[in-house]
Design a protein around this ligand. Sequence first.
Ligand SMILES: C[S@@+](CC[C@H](N)C(=O)[O-])C[C@H]1O[C@@H](n2cnc3c(N)ncnc32)[C@H](O)[C@@H]1O
Length: 125
Amino acid sequence: MELAPLWVKEAREGRNSTRNGLLDPPILEACGDVEGLSVLDCGCGEGRFCRILVERGARYVLGLDSCELMIEAAQELQSGRDEYRLADVQDLSFIDDEAFDLAVSYLNQCDLPDFEANTREVDSS
Ligand SMILES: C[S@@+](CC[C@H](N)C(=O)[O-])C[C@H]1O[C@@H](n2cnc3c(N)ncnc32)[C@H](O)[C@@H]1O
């Protein structure tokens, strides 16, 4: 929570070379063609990757994060095809079955006490 403002600033300034240069290409490749898809982003942070997915043609992106400041920051830049919600991704019982075509976890499961719970929840959503 204390680091959130710094995180948001760095993301907005595009200064995170680990993401821009190293992680984005394989994660985007794993996502494939997202044109027309509805996508769930677990642990979306300030929404950077959700916005990238929208730019690449996703029909709808829902970003979930347990940090209120991250969700508020993401909502500041939302475009109409992306939405953000405060939630613990270890419990996705509020999401209807088969509501999403694709689920993304970009550096999120490593933060979870029970990452398998998130995998199970995504599998059953
Ligand atoms: C390393 S950051 C990655 C953020 C974003 N995916 C990105 O790549 O910029 C991990 C994010 O997971 C969120 N997070 C940690 N535990 C969570 C949980 N149980 N449920 C939802 N989000 C969580 C944190 O608040 C943080 O925004």
